[in-house]
Design a protein around this ligand. Structure first.
Ligand code: ATP
Ligand code: MG
Length: 401
């Protein structure tokens, strides 16, 4: 039998043994079952569960090759993921799975099983909108982002973290798929629903004012090492139940603009809204609850960032009211902009979401996609003009009218 001292891709049987011999989470003679529960494109996620008392552990192993396409991808992402989960666990206790063990040789992170929570994207598809979502995710955002900036962190420590969390291969995926190809399809990877090609050409590929705004957001993503980001905070990375909210899968983490995380959360919630507006407009209560959630996330994140700022930022120059306001305003402007780029990339790029894929009736799908693209464009171009969450939701209501 192989030992676990050097990398190999584990089978369920290997992981069962690993959970005993390396993790010591189960007694050697304890009956356990192991399943691969991953549904993503990138890694392998295993759950090992005791048949005696049901206690369990998650082992997430990265491979040198992507699970879906077989393309190579740097294993270092797993080290980044384990480390940021630990940091986030300290900054926002309870909002991420507890890391039990990071195994560099095996590129495997062992962590708390949060199966009592469910994938937010799927919950919203099933019309389950949680009223505590805005409270939880805004706390997570404010508590994990602001304390990792130069406004709070020691400058040397910050630079060491920037170095540790430099994540070029995963950032390149975002730079291409989110911040380039939807506007300039140089790899020919966009997937545009037949019937919307001319719309995409006119409004995404040929609008110079939009291209200039996206260029600015792209360079900001690449150069503004503002805070330690999750980097892929879409609604499928958020798990929720009546009591709890957990954020998973931060392997795209790096030092970047905070608005990228905030915008990702907000952008993805608009897919749930768009899906319902076109496929089940009679679900008014659910749609209104979703709109309220989006507006609250914007408002509460802004408020909590301001509160955290006053608590944590002590350097006199940064406490100057005019600087503070300009800084907070620029974070929220970025958030609107990146909500826009996320909405557009999921609609025309190759990483679709189930809210779009599940709609096959073209008489619904074409106008739904156009509404989302219009929303994305307005969020990008008008990103500096949104003052409160209602401004964003009013904008979408106007587009849908
Ligand atoms: N700690 C956990 N507790 C319970 N389930 C988990 C946990 N971590 C991951 N999962 C399950 O495994 C799935 C895949 O996990 P994750 O998104 O981390 O993998 P990934 O391969 O990085 O995915 P992606 O391709 O989206 O990047 C999750 O959607 C979730 O259902
Ligand atoms: Mg992932």
């Amino acid at each position: 039998m192989r030992d676990f001292s050097s990398f190999f891709l584990m089978s369920t049987e290997d992981v069962r043994r690993y959970a005993v011999e390396v993790l010591h989470r189960f007694a050697p003679d304890e009956e356990t079952e192991c399943r691969e529960i991953g549904d993503g494109n990138i890694n392998y996620v295993f759950q090992v569960r005791s048949l005696l008392d049901g206690h369990s552990v998650i082992v997430k192993q990265a491979d040198r090759l992507l699970r879906s396409s077989g393309r190579p991808l740097d294993l270092y992402r797993n080290k980044i993921e384990a480390r940021i989960l630990q940091l986030e666990g300290e900054l926002a206790p309870g909002y991420v799975p507890e890391v039990y063990y990071y195994d560099e040789a095996m590129a495997a992170t062992s962590m708390e099983d949060v199966s009592s929570c469910r994938n937010l994207r799927k919950e919203l598809m099933e019309n389950r909108v949680y009223s505590h979502l805005s409270e939880g995710i805004s706390s997570f955002l404010a508590d994990t982002l602001l304390p990792t900036t130069d406004l709070v962190l020691d400058a040397e420590e910050k630079k060491q973290r920037v170095r540790f969390f430099t994540n070029p291969e995963l950032c390149k995926i975002t730079e291409d798929l989110v911040l380039t190809e939807p506007y300039y399809d140089y790899k020919g990877r966009n997937i545009i629903t037949a019937g919307n090609e001319a719309f995409v050409r006119t409004f995404l590929y040929e609008d110079e004012a939009l291209l200039a705004a996206v260029a600015s957001l792209r360079l900001n993503f690449m150069n503004n090492a503002q805070a330690l980001l999750h980097g892929d905070l879409h609604s499928g990375s958020i798990f929720i139940n009546e009591q709890e909210l957990k954020v998973l899968d931060p392997e795209f983490a790096f030092y970047g603009p905070m608005g990228y995380d905030i915008g990702n959360v907000i952008g993805n919630l608009f897919f749930a809204w768009a899906n319902k507006a076109f496929t089940c407009p009679e679900q008014e209560t659910v749609i209104n609850a979703l709109a309220q959630s989006i507006a609250e996330i914007w408002d509460k994140t802004g408020e909590k960032l301001a509160l955290r700022y006053d608590e944590l930022v002590t350097f006199p120059l940064y406490r100057t009211p005019a600087f503070r306001k300009a800084w907070l305003d620029s974070v929220m402007a970025d958030s609107a902009g990146y909500a826009g780029t996320e909405i557009i990339r999921r609609t025309v790029g190759d990483s679709k979401v189930m809210e779009l894929n599940s709609v096959t009736d073209l008489t619904l799908k074409l106008p739904m996609e156009r509404a989302l693209i219009k929303l994305g464009i307005a969020l990008i171009k008008q990103r500096k003009s949104f003052r409160r969450g209602r401004d964003l939701t009013d904008l979408f209501r106007l587009i849908l009218a």
